[in-house]
Design a protein around this ligand. Structure first.
Ligand code: DLL
Length: 432
């Protein structure tokens, strides 16, 4: 198996801690010199001198998604825009998306961590990588792409969608590695069978699947459908994109690149570290990023952390598969959706009431979102044409805001359950 960075991935834990501590000190220096935002944040939090040991990091302030949004678009950048060579953005709860930028150095780092991730999964130079993550502002497509180039594999930048063509080209080009969301991998297998092609006979041996939570049961199904090894990849755009952590074939957790992304697992209520092996919220500090380095970024993802040598020999710590989120964000076909985004849209469409429910299901392996919306009495008793028209407007509006195809169902006034406390906006029927 190809190992991309043996020195780091097999580093003695004590040496790793030393490296991390040095880098954290370097980061604090960098932020003090370059970031108005962090100067203020560190000053107002009363944080003292540079940490003497890693545990001292717990006394430093967190960064949250709202900080990025509040300083939209470039307020957290630590370099002038002319040093930023690429910009990505992900959808946000309200109005502004979360914007991230990369310097040339950051792209180099991204390529390196992604090459390491691909290698950990068992890919190597000579592999044909069918990259069916979306290209565009989403970090999935380009992140995998850069890693595949660095690794020396042949990348097919097919992006997501156009499933029949995906299957034909996959077959014709002899793809050996498939990169996409787990739900899409499953859907592709079904579509292939419908085309009369047995996906098990394709040369694909590894699937590198992530960007959304998926269960062990789904892994078995995908592996069986494709006759391949399906491995989990984790990442988030704020930190870099894909390439934060990668599962190896021993399927014993995801190796997190802790030499560049320092992981903490905290109790979301107290903000303090939980004992190793216990569930908590993953917090990441980027140790060497240039454009938007982040100090103690709250990912909202619930994981546990494990140290010790992996059966594959690596000493990098491992995070568990993501077990859930601390907020109400839904991930549908890899797209992040907050119920409040939909609420915002509904409030803007005349005739729709802000009483709604989101039904999430998995149909033939693919996530679907049905938005059930109450309409006013006057409209409900109106002609069918009026209802159809309203339905279309809501659908179009949601699709243009979220970039996600949804089904809209208009329901009678008062038919959606009212609540005295927190309302249950989401009914998620996907298996966990
Ligand atoms: O989803 C980056 C990515 C692309 C990762 C391709 C893997 C593959 P965002 O769009 O910013 O970035 O969404 C980040 O997605 O906080 C998690 O909640 C969720 N997520 C990402 N990977 C996994 C995974 C990309 N393997 C958010 N399992 C994160 C569960 C995941 N959830």
């Amino acid at each position: 198996m190809m190992i991309w960075n043996r020195e780091i991935e097999f580093l003695e834990p004590e040496k790793m801690r030393q490296l991390q501590l040095e880098r954290i000190r370097g980061l604090l220096q960098y932020l003090a010199e370059r970031s108005e935002f962090y100067r203020e944040r560190l000053r107002s939090s009363g944080a003292g001198s540079a940490p003497e040991k890693l545990e001292d990091l717990q006394d430093l302030p967190f960064t949250r998604k709202t900080d990025l949004r509040d300083h939209y678009p470039f307020g957290l950048f630590c370099v002038p825009l002319r040093e930023v060579v690429e910009i990505h953005a992900s959808s946000g709860t309200t109005g502004n998306p979360t914007v991230v930028g990369y310097t040339r150095g950051d792209i180099k780092l991204w390529s390196e961590v992604m090459a390491r991730a691909l290698a950990i999964a068992g890919a190597e130079a000579g592999d044909v990588v069918q990259n069916a993550y979306g290209y565009g502002l989403f970090t999935g497509g380009l992140g995998i792409h850069y890693g595949a180039l660095e690794l020396g594999a042949s990348v097919v930048p097919i992006s997501s969608g156009g499933t029949k063509r995906q299957i034909k080209l996959m077959h014709d080009f002899g793809a050996t590695v498939l990169t996409c969301t787990p739900s899409y991998a499953l859907f592709m297998a079904e579509e292939a069978r419908e085309m009369g092609i047995d996906p098990r006979l394709s040369p694909v041996r590894i699937g590198i699947l992530g960007a959304e939570p998926w269960s062990a049961a789904l892994r078995r199904e995908i592996e069986e459908a494709w006759d391949m090894t399906a491995l989990d990849i984790y990442g988030l755009s704020e930190v870099i994109g894909p390439g934060v952590a990668q599962e190896c074939p021993s399927k014993n957790g995801l190796h997190i690149f802790s030499d560049v992304f320092f992981p903490e697992v905290i109790d979301p209520a107290t903000g303090r570290w939980v004992p190793e092996g216990e569930d908590g919220e993953l917090v990441i500090t980027t140790l060497t990023k240039e454009a938007i380095p982040l100090l103690r970024y709250r990912t909202g993802d619930i994981v546990s952390l494990k140290s010790g040598v992996c059966p594959c020999g690596r000493t990098l710590p491992r995070i568990s598969k993501v077990k859930g989120r601390t907020d109400d964000m839904l991930i549908i076909r890899g797209i992040n959706v907050f119920p409040s985004q939909i609420e915002t849209v509904l409030l803007e469409v005349e005739g729709a009431r802000p009483h709604y429910q989101l039904m999430v299901e998995r149909v033939r392996g693919l996530d679907t979102l049905e938005v059930q919306v109450e309409v006013g009495e006057e409209i409900f008793s109106d002609e069918i044409k009026v209802l159809q028209n309203l339905n279309r407007r809501i659908k179009k509006e949601i699709e243009s805001v979220l970039g996600l195809v949804v089904e809209v169902k208009l329901v009678e006034p008062k038919s959606i359950e009212r609540s005295m406390g927190k309302s249950k906006r989401v009914i998620d029927r996907r298996e966990k």
